[in-house]
Design a protein around this ligand. Structure first.
Ligand code: HEC
Ligand code: HEC
Ligand code: HEC
Ligand code: HEC
Ligand code: HEC
Length: 454
């Protein structure tokens, strides 16, 4: 049932949801979020309507739903471009194409984890509207969903379907092509492009990402309320206030020719590294481990603190799919090398998915803040404390289910090691120098950091 108010839609949109030049732009959809009073009234009306449709078995019109639920209309390939395929763009934009191919955007459909999850979700059509977002990538057109049930689509065959494009996932055209025109970030489009180009200012802002990465008010229970959103705490956070965009960190600048034969200039890379990239995760999370005292005698009680600081992400970490989490694993090892005691702390969100989607607990670490975890031990000759911090793409339990029932290859990586430290608990042992002094307070967003990210 529709739980949220209508979203106005413009039929022919620039890539990131804004009407093309000269047609005026529609109101940003976040405005509805801020107009809390109006939303409450509309939401109440929507709930009432939803209840009504439950009795009458109405079909829910997809036009009422958010942008993400409808595939992207690119129109035909732009003049002088033979197809919408990334490979075709790569003919001239070789460097960008080569980068894109290494990303999760390019693998958004072939990714074995997505494939197995899609099977688990009964091959739900809506997954495709972000993971294979173009109209030409949809085998069928979804006209409506019955009674507001996302798993009861009313469909017809899609005459624009091109199976060859499906495996390209989030392909170039998803962000750049609308109505047969190529939209770019240049106010004055570069001369020499063989295809029609137009300026889309949203490509310079987080708007370019929101369609898929921020789902603030989906009518579908699966997405309602934002557990899948990457932005809720970016917009008002310290990075946004300092002029950062998603692109600052996920599409760092490089100097190069944008197309073969073009002059070298400053442009942005297309690498979008995130939770599958160890170097990105290590940037996001700084771990410091420290004892409460610098030196100890025999049998002394000690408290070790592991401080996890979000030192480099513009949003809370872990971000994205709510299965993502960090673990801090403590192991007390005796003088014979055996683990005699252990504990695992988690940085995780807890979401109740059914019967309603509610965030029960948000345990994530906000930008530039930290979480401390403590572990108490006693000093003892030959004993050691081992601390390991890992990032998990999904839980062990989920992986087991996906492997057993939905064809996930068992070798699919499920975690990334981020930090490991062993401390000798013997009296008089030297504390490793990198553990001293005790962790500094919150990280700060200094001018140096700003420069480094750009
Ligand atoms: C997820 C969205 C997305 C995808 C997919 C994507 N791009 Fe981009 N592209 C952008 C954004 C955002 C910018 C603007 C970055 C900036 O300058 O701030 C951009 C800029 C460009 C530019 C202009 C660079 C300049 O400095 O003038 C070209 C050319 C380009 N992309 C080509 C491609 C090609 C080719 C592909 C596929 C291989 C592709 N893009 C895939 C988002 C995307
Ligand atoms: C036949 C060569 C060729 C093909 C094919 C091609 N492009 Fe381009 N494109 C260019 C050239 C040349 C430029 C101008 C580059 C510059 O800025 O120096 C350009 C510019 C662009 C720009 C920047 C527009 C602006 O803001 O100035 C984007 C975005 C872009 N192309 C995307 C694409 C996408 C997406 C595809 C595939 C659907 C594609 N191009 C296919 C040659 C090509
Ligand atoms: C058309 C939909 C779409 C748009 C637009 C889009 N993304 Fe994505 N993005 C996805 C999907 C789907 C995935 C997940 C792919 C997977 O893991 O299989 C993803 C994954 C990512 C990841 C995770 C990479 C990893 O290693 O886990 C990052 C980072 C990312 N996107 C950044 C961006 C940024 C920045 C923008 C805006 C410039 C953007 N995306 C625009 C759909 C989109
Ligand atoms: C200050 C730099 C910075 C900014 C700004 C930033 N990010 Fe990130 N982002 C990171 C780092 C570092 C990571 C790796 C940490 C992680 O995956 O938990 C990351 C991870 C991600 C991921 C990976 C999630 C996954 O499941 O693997 C996505 C998606 C993402 N960011 C999207 C965005 C979007 C969308 C924006 C803008 C609204 C944005 N980021 C702004 C630094 C940044
Ligand atoms: C509104 C757009 C959207 C829809 C709809 C959507 N996804 Fe995603 N999905 C994303 C984005 C963006 C990411 C990457 C960031 C993150 O982790 O949240 C992602 C990540 C994932 C991942 C993690 C991939 C990896 O390699 O770590 C899986 C699995 C996944 N999606 C499956 C699904 C399934 C199954 C559905 C349908 C039930 C679905 N998605 C619907 C946008 C979407």
């Amino acid at each position: 049932m529709p739980r949220q108010p209508h979203q106005p839609q413009t039929p022919e949109q620039a890539p990131s949801g804004q009407a093309p030049r000269g047609q005026g732009s529609r109101a940003p959809r976040h405005v509805t979020l801020r107009a809390a009073g109006a939303v409450t009234v509309l939401a109440a009306a929507a709930v009432a309507l939803g209840a009504f449709s439950w009795f009458t078995h109405e079909q829910t019109d997809l036009a009422q739903h958010t942008e993400f639920a409808r595939p992207i209309q690119t129109g035909p390939p732009p003049v002088s471009v033979t197809s919408l395929s990334a490979e075709e763009c790569g003919r001239c934009h070789a460097a960008i194409y080569a980068e894109w191919r290494t990303t999760m955007h390019a693998r958004a459909w072939t990714d074995p984890l997505v494939q197995s999850y899609w099977k688990k979700e009964g091959e739900l059509w809506v997954c495709r509207t972000c993971h294979t977002p173009l109209e030409a990538q949809q085998p069928v057109t979804v006209l409506a969903v019955e009674d507001g049930h996302i798993d009861r689509p009313v469909t017809e065959p899609n005459e624009h379907y091109d199976p060859a494009l499906v495996d390209e996932g989030v392909t170039c055209a998803s962000c750049h092509v609308r109505g047969g025109t190529i939209f770019g970030p240049n106010r004055t489009p570069a001369p020499g492009a063989p295809h029609p180009t137009a300026y889309d200012p949203n490509l310079l802002s987080p708007e370019a990402c929101y369609r898929c990465h921020q789902v603030p008010d989906g009518a579908m229970p699966f997405f309602a309320g934002g557990p899948c959103a990457d932005d809720f705490q970016f917009r008002n956070g310290p990075y946004a206030r300092n002029g950062y965009t998603c692109q600052s960190c996920h599409m760092p600048t490089v100097d190069r020719a944008v197309a073969s034969g073009s002059p070298v200039r400053s442009t942005r890379s297309h690498i979008w590294r995130g939770g599958h990239a160890p170097e990105m995760l290590r940037k996001a999370l700084t771990v410091r481990l420290a004892p409460d005292v610098p030196l100890w005698g025999d049998g002394q009680r000690l408290v070790f603190t592991a401080r996890l600081t979000n030192s480099g992400a513009g949003h809370p970490i872990p971000i994205g799919d709510p299965n993502r989490h960090f673990t801090v694993h403590w192991e007390l090892i005796n003088d014979k090398g055996r683990v005699v005691r252990h504990r695992t702390d988690k940085v995780i969100r807890r979401i109740l998915w059914k019967p309603v989607t509610v965030e029960v607990k948000d345990g994530r670490i906000a930008p530039l803040s930290f979480r401390d975890f403590e572990y108490k031990v006693r000093s003892r000759r030959g004993w050691r404390l081992r601390v390991t911090v890992n990032y998990h793409i999904l839980t062990a339990h989920q992986k087991k289910g996906l492997v057993k029932r939905h064809g996930l290859p068992p070798a699919t990586p499920d975690h990334i090691d981020l930090y490991r430290q062993e401390v000798d608990l013997s009296p008089g042992a030297l504390v490793p120098s990198e553990m001293m002094p005790v962790p500094s307070p919150v990280a700060t967003l200094g001018a140096g950091r700003l420069a480094a990210a750009e």
